[in-house]
Design a protein around this ligand. Structure first.
Ligand SMILES: [Fe+2]
Length: 246
């Protein structure tokens, strides 16, 4: 049976639900996204980092309060704006999980930490231990989806690409050798992105609040959004980005 995963990313929740962040209101925006997701009722949620804007405990509590009523198992990983120690303390809930890998509907989902302690400008790195874990996980010959926060491929904007995975070459070399990796999904860039390399599709996704300011952006591109991933038992997949009026 096919499964559907909703990827929500870069929620950037602040200390207070009414806080503003560069013209957006992350809590209100996420609430609208969650209402839309509830209508779709996916099998799983995947939260790919920058869940809090400054890593405050109240932001993570807001996340639980907004998302847990959906009653959907939720997998999360951290981004450069998060504080992992606070996440581990606050995101304690029977629906919230942060495994390194999990089997779902005949697929393997690998959650890869790309955060770098003491990063200078939000750049990412995949540690040698995580690369080792990835290599070991890719011995499993199931169709595979990899999730991480930072973009492993350049987007094409200098300041943004300074913040990508710094050792992306090592990551991409592993993917290149593993033909079962169907898709890599990430946040961080706050806009929709798709590129195929070999057998693997790379998907960036919009933030649930603030979007990357691109000159070619249409009014729709500026709306909060999320991505749906439909994973089929035969190893194929489909995906689409949904936008939400706030
Ligand atoms: Fe972000």
């Amino acid at each position: 049976m096919s499964i559907t995963i909703a990827q929500l990313t870069d929620t950037h929740l602040c200390c207070h639900p009414d806080a503003e962040l560069r013209g957006s209101r992350p809590w209100h925006s996420l609430k609208a996204v969650v209402q839309q997701v509830a209508k779709i009722n996916p099998d799983y949620l995947l939260l790919t980092g920058d869940l809090a804007d400054r890593g405050s405990p109240s932001a993570y509590q807001q996340l639980i309060d907004l998302i847990s009523p959906l009653q959907i198992p939720t997998y999360w990983l951290s981004g450069n704006h998060d504080r992992l120690s606070v996440m581990r303390e606050v995101l304690v809930h029977s629906l919230f999980h942060a495994p390194k890998a999990v089997l779902l509907g005949g697929w393997q989902l690998i959650l890869l930490d790309s955060t770098l302690a003491n990063s200078r400008f939000g750049e990412g790195e995949i540690s040698p231990q995580s690369l080792q874990f990835l290599a070991k996980s890719l011995e499993v010959e199931l169709p595979t989806l990899i999730a991480l926060h930072h973009h492993p491929l350049p987007f094409g904007i200098d300041w943004l690409d300074q913040m990508q995975v710094q050792n992306a070459d090592e990551f991409l070399a592993l993917i290149d050798r593993a033909s079962q990796v169907q898709a890599v999904v990430f946040g961080h860039i706050h806009t929709a992105f798709h590129q195929q390399q070999g057998n693997t599709h790379f998907y960036g996704s919009p933030s649930t609040c603030l979007q990357l300011d691109l000159p070619q952006a249409t009014p729709k591109d500026k709306l909060p959004g999320f991505r749906l991933l439909h994973l089929h038992p035969d190893g194929t997949h489909q995906t689409e980005v949904h936008r939400v009026m706030v």
